[in-house]
Ligand binder design. Sequence first.
Ligand SMILES: NC(=O)C1=CN([C@@H]2O[C@H](COP(=O)(O)OP(=O)(O)OC[C@H]3O[C@@H](n4cnc5c(N)ncnc54)[C@H](OP(=O)(O)O)[C@@H]3O)[C@@H](O)[C@H]2O)C=CC1
Ligand SMILES: CC(=O)N[C@@H](CCC(=O)OP(=O)(O)O)C(=O)O
Length: 342
Amino acid sequence: MAVRAAVAGASGYAGGEVLRLLLAHPEVEIGALTGNSNAGQRLGALQPHLLPLADRVLQETTAEVLAGHDVVFLALPHGQSAAVAEELGPDVLVVDMGADFRLKDAADWEKFYGSPHAGTWPYGLPELPGARAALEGSKRIAVPGCYPTAATLALFPAYAAGIAENEAVIVAASGTSGAGKAPKTHLLGSEVMGSMSPYGVGGGHRHTPEMIQNLGGVAGEQVSVSFTPTLAPMSRGILATCSAKARAGVTAESVRAAYEKAFADEPFVHLLPEGQWPATASVHGSNAVQVQVAYDEAAGRIIAISAIDNLTKGTAGGAVQSMNIALGLPESTGLTTIGVAP
Ligand SMILES: NC(=O)C1=CN([C@@H]2O[C@H](COP(=O)(O)OP(=O)(O)OC[C@H]3O[C@@H](n4cnc5c(N)ncnc54)[C@H](OP(=O)(O)O)[C@@H]3O)[C@@H](O)[C@H]2O)C=CC1
Ligand SMILES: CC(=O)N[C@@H](CCC(=O)OP(=O)(O)O)C(=O)O
């Protein structure tokens, strides 16, 4: 019997991407689609690339509309998911693509998001040690942020192998779709085209505590993270350039071995052959992650670089991958590692 899935926030970028993936998922039947200001509109007017759903009409985002499904994807702004999830009941699988349930520390949540903490759900990054076991059979999933997905996948093998000191520097470039569909003055075409610029500099970006939580969880002790996001003139993609001080005795061979071990059985993470470097164009529209690592002996640092599509592995693909695990389906069902090029 098909898994019936509803999508709240179907008019936005994350909602549109999860619908694109669910349309290709052999076990899923798409149920209710909801919006906010666009309720009452045809989906075809808002997501013209989703042709099979063009004549579906967006409903209001209410628990009544979302009830009666096996899975509900929430692609809503931060702070909007908790109230809806609470009304959906414990038997529905709720997959939150927002940030509301990612952080364990309530003080971190309040500092970076400025509202009361709603709680913590199993974290939808299956590659992270221990994550799959927590996702199996779960009825709640917190999908990671896009930058934490890219940075964690680049760096956690170094902490899992105990070859990195407890400090990391992460500089990541993101495509503009990461900021959502709602108009923003710094995302006007003429501001973004032909230019790259940093934002959230100096530890202010809300993804910093999520990265610290992930890397510290693997290291087993506090890891300090300096994170600088930058905006790149492209619609999709994140390239995360990460480094951490190497522990004494580390060699290029031990670094490579740590990464080979971490990703040996991962269906979506591709540790590139030595000498080849990740590129966002190679993962466009796919759930694949490209990773490369090098040991900078002169600087005594491990350099790890990852590329993801922020909307696919960074949001909707990660959500579907985690849904598959929660439902007991093969993890790669409905997902591809085939990109779009050029
Ligand atoms: N874009 C990305 O790369 C990533 C996004 N996410 C997360 O996914 C979520 C959605 O982001 P994204 O799709 O980019 O944002 P968009 O701005 O593109 O879409 C937001 C969606 O939420 C709806 N909405 C807005 N306000 C409310 C409200 N008060 N109550 C209910 N629904 C509302 C909108 O409906 P309408 O248009 O009808 O008003 C729209 O469907 C966010 O939490 C975001 O942080 C996570 C990882 C990456
Ligand atoms: C380019 C850009 O603006 N990106 C977003 C990150 C988007 C993301 O991962 O989403 P969450 O909001 O779900 O955490 C930002 O920096 O705020």
